[in-house]
Structure formats: C-alpha cells, structure tokens
Ligand binder design. Structure first.
Ligand code: HEC
Ligand code: HEC
Length: 163
C-alpha cells in the first residue's frame, strides 16, 4: 500500500504553528494579570484588541494614553468625556504601580513611571520574556502584531499568559 504522504503533510502544517508556540509558552512560570473587570472599559478598550490588563502599565502611562486617545497608535480611539473619566479612574486605580502592584510588579521591574512607554510590548521585561520568539513567528498570518496577545496566549482574556 502506498503511504499517504499528502494528508500527513497537511496535518503537520495544521499542527505546526500553534503547537510550537504553545509548548514553548507553557514552559514559562505562570503569573496572573487580572483581566479588565469593568464593563465600560471592556467595551471601549476591548473592541480593537484585547482589553489589556491595567496592571501591565504604570498609572502614568494610562493617564498619558487617555489624554491623547484621538492619536492612539495611528487610530482615533476617542470616547465621550464621561466614559473617559470612568476608564481613566479604573486604569489608574488598578495600574501596576497602584492597586495592581502585586500583579504587575514583575513586568514593570526597572521601569521609571516618569518615562514609561504606552506600549506593554516595549517594556524591557516584556521584550526579555519574548526574546526567543522568532521574526517569522511575529510575522505569521495568525499573529502579525506583538499586541495580538491572544494569538499565542489562549487564556489571555482570563489573565493567564503562560500558554
Ligand atoms: C508570537 C506569540 C506571542 C505573542 C503575540 C505574545 N506572546 Fe507573550 N509569550 C510568548 C512566548 C513564547 C512566551 C515565553 C514563555 C517562556 O519563556 O516560557 C511569552 C511570555 C509572556 C509572558 C511571561 C509569562 C508569565 O506568565 O509571566 C507574559 C506576561 C506575556 N508573554 C504577555 C504577553 C502580552 C501581554 C502580549 C500582548 C501584548 C503577548 N505576550 C504577546 C508568545 C507570545
Ligand atoms: C479604534 C480601535 C482601538 C480602540 C477603541 C482602542 N485601541 Fe488600543 N490600540 C489600537 C491600535 C491600532 C493599537 C496598536 C496595535 C499594534 O501595534 O498592533 C493599540 C495599542 C494599544 C496598546 C499598546 C499595545 C502594545 O503594543 O503593548 C495599549 C496599552 C492600548 N492600545 C490600550 C487601549 C485602551 C486603554 C483603550 C481604551 C481607552 C484602547 N486601547 C482602545 C486601537 C484601538
């Protein structure tokens, strides 16, 4: 009987990317970053991308970001003033150097709040945690952006980033 090469290859391709990334991500130590629990924040900040956990940035970054939502990484993410006030209050209260300190501490190590970036993906600790991810993996059609956390971290919505 002839060996069925074609189905095997297709199977491997289908397995390939996620299995590779997941097995590698699972090797890391697990840390919990509480997901956004406020419905307004979830709605306004979770429509274009994952509603990022407030503990991943210091309060100063969130304040700066909320002050220039009309120029948000090339997008206009403006909300009405009432919603903006609520969202800012929530993010600032749960930031990595305020209420979310016990969760965000690790990611914010060595970060000066005065000069902290607005991107989680440029925090030195984030960069270090992802140093083994290859260029082709970032460019993969299922990923495309470093900010697309859920492509590799299936449980990001639940606050877990080890897989
Ligand atoms: C291309 C896949 C990929 C993307 C996209 C990605 N990560 Fe990761 N992430 C990984 C891998 C692989 C590791 C390494 C885990 C290890 O070293 O064992 C990791 C590790 C981490 C860790 C450390 C593990 C822990 O539990 O402390 C955190 C936190 C994390 N990622 C957060 C994020 C966030 C937030 C985003 C989006 C802004 C993101 N990642 C996007 C693949 C990815
Ligand atoms: C209209 C779409 C849109 C809305 C709404 C939106 N964002 Fe964004 N956001 C973006 C885009 C686009 C990026 C850049 C993504 C990339 O680099 O791939 C981004 C990036 C980010 C990043 C940086 C991710 C990284 O690279 O570490 C943070 C943090 C962030 N947004 C927070 C928020 C918050 C907080 C809100 C709610 C007030 C919000 N976003 C609402 C479009 C949006």
């Amino acid at each position: 009987m002839k060996f069925p090469t074609r189905p095997v290859v297709l199977g491997l391709l289908a397995l390939g990317f996620s299995a590779l990334i997941l097995s590698r991500a699972q090797a890391g130590g697990g840390h919990y970053y509480p997901p956004v629990a406020d419905s307004v924040v979830k709605e306004e900040c979770g429509s274009c991308h994952l509603a990022f956990p407030p503990s991943m940035l210091p309060a100063s970054s969130w304040k700066r970001m909320m002050g220039e939502l009309d120029k948000h990484f090339g997008d206009d993410a403006s909300v009405d003033p009432e919603a903006a006030r609520k969202i800012t209050a929530y993010l600032v209260a749960n930031a990595g150097d305020t209420g979310g300190q016990r969760y965000g501490g690790k990611l914010l190590r060595g970060v000066d709040p005065a000069t902290a970036p607005q991107r989680i993906t440029t925090l030195p600790k984030w960069v270090r945690e992802h140093r083994e991810v290859q260029d082709w993996e970032w460019r993969h059609k299922d990923v495309r952006s470093k900010a697309n956390c859920t492509a590799c971290h299936a449980d990001a919505e639940l606050g877990y980033y080890e897989d």
